[in-house]
Design a protein around this ligand. Structure first.
Ligand SMILES: [Zn+2]
Length: 457
């Protein structure tokens, strides 16, 4: 049993790594909160409803010894191995990595109706196996993508295959409500936003959420600079001590070109949460800064150095070089005022928004299926795809923001913002903010012993 672990099988190392990660992360995260306070960032973040477990959980984890798990005793405790399905994986290779030698298991997994979901071998999903002290299989678990239900929140789902005691196997589906944790992280941009997120072990899903939440404040494709920093507080879900997914961002502070932008999740009623800035202004409804979604591909600073036909002055729009076929999204709710060909602009869509505002999206290779003049579109809705039709030297989106049909530089103006909180909700919001700051202060007090480490990082 214990011997198995110390020989360092790949699966055992996988398991070790997954233990180490959260520990390391929380450690940095907590330390960084303390740092943030010393830097005078009083306006750090807000969590609601009452994020009670933060302080206790973080403190507790910090006192853990270094990541090696306690030696397994020679008792009957099962050895649990875990591995991730890789691209091009085979069932045989997977079972081998888990050190499963059961005859007939592979055949069972292929043939049994109930067990077949494992056979699809989706890359990235995890499979665990519990073996007894002589290496016999106790159970095999294939973890499905966790689901979200309105009643229970995050639900962990898995297929379990166990031995039936008669030389055969049984397969059954299981599910349980996952545990929610709160994580805090900070990072600084050196080469790209995703690189900075990787440095702090922040999952891609959270990085994408950051760009969406602050999408009306920051053009994440053109505006990011080396030295930009962010702090983010978000939910994670775990089952059996293992992280199985991420939830939503609870609070976010992003410093772009020395200007701080904040967002906090606030849900006065359980069903109607939204993101607000720290002044209580709803972040939804304002125009998005860019019509292209941020992705790993578009995340390098090189993106800014591809002017396709000059700067703003030359042609009254903003150009985004992007691969042909990249989806284009409406920057605000509106109506299709024009969809078709326009001289020079090629395939073009003009959306009319509230008030005097309209937006234009040119050079598209094609439009979203079925979209026609007069249709209503929602903010973020797919309207077409990047192309090089009209006068374009290469595939790019030419985007114009117009007021009274006159183009203005969308990067130079404060775009119209949406409604802000007032009345009793406003009061509730402020209470939430205050409550969260208390948590942060307490956290800082608890962490003073760790500050030397912070300074040396
Ligand atoms: Zn252009």
């Amino acid at each position: 049993m214990f011997k198995k672990g110390t020989t360092g099988t790949p699966s055992f190392r996988d398991t070790l790594r997954s233990h180490r990660k959260p520990h390391h992360f929380i450690r940095n995260g907590v330390a960084l909160v303390a740092l943030g306070l010393f830097a005078g960032a009083g306006a750090l973040a807000v969590v609601q409803p009452p994020p009670a477990p933060i302080v206790y959980q973080a403190q507790q984890r910090l006192t853990l010894p270094d990541p090696f798990p306690a030696p397994l005793s020679e008792s009957t405790a099962p050895f649990i191995a875990e591995t991730q399905i890789r691209r091009g994986d085979t069932l045989a290779a997977l079972l081998q990595r888990l050190r499963i030698q059961e005859r007939g298991l592979q055949q069972f997994l292929v043939q049994n109706e109930d067990a077949r979901s494992i056979y699809k071998l989706y890359p990235g999903r995890t499979v665990q196996a519990a073996l007894d002290n002589v290496g016999n299989l106790i159970w095999l678990r294939y973890n499905h993508t966790p689901g979200v239900t309105e009643k229970d929140g995050y639900v962990s789902k898995w297929l379990e295959v166990s031995v039936d005691g008669k030389g055969g196997f049984l397969a059954s589906e299981h599910s349980t409500v996952a545990d929610t944790h709160v994580r805090i992280a900070e990072s600084e941009i050196k080469s790209s936003l995703f690189g900075a997120a990787d440095d702090a072990d922040i999952p891609d899903a959270i990085t994408i959420q950051m760009t969406e939440i602050l999408g009306s404040k920051i053009d994440f494709i053109q505006d990011l600079r080396k030295g930009d920093r962010f702090r983010v507080i978000y939910e994670t879900y775990s089952h059996d001590g293992r992280e199985i997914g991420v939830g939503k961002i609870l609070a976010l502070e992003f410093i772009n070109k020395s200007k701080a932008y904040e967002a906090v999740w606030f849900a006065p009623e359980k069903s109607s949460g939204s993101y607000y800035d720290f002044d209580g202004k709803n972040l939804k409804g304002a125009f998005l800064r860019t019509a292209l979604k941020f992705s790993r591909i578009s995340s390098t600073f090189g993106m800014r150095k591809h002017p396709v036909h000059g700067g703003w002055r030359g042609h009254k729009g903003v150009d985004y070089a992007a691969a042909s076929g990249t989806p284009i999204h409406a920057t605000a709710d509106g109506q299709v005022e024009f969809i078709g060909q326009q001289n020079g602009y090629g395939n073009t869509i003009i959306l009319k928004h509230h008030g005097k505002f309209s937006t234009l999206y040119a050079h598209q290779t094609r439009f979203a299926k079925g979209l026609k003049k007069g249709d209503s579109v929602k903010q973020g809705e797919l309207i077409g795809y990047v192309g090089a039709t009209g006068w374009a030297t290469g595939p790019h989106l030419h985007y114009e923001f117009r007021v009274d049909n006159k183009q203005i530089d969308p990067l130079s103006v404060d775009l119209p913002v949406a409604r802000s909180l007032d009345g009793p909700q406003r009061k509730m919001f402020e209470q939430t903010v205050a409550q969260y700051r208390e948590h942060i202060d307490l956290l800082a007090t608890l962490q003073t012993s760790d500050n030397t480490k912070v300074a040396s990082r």
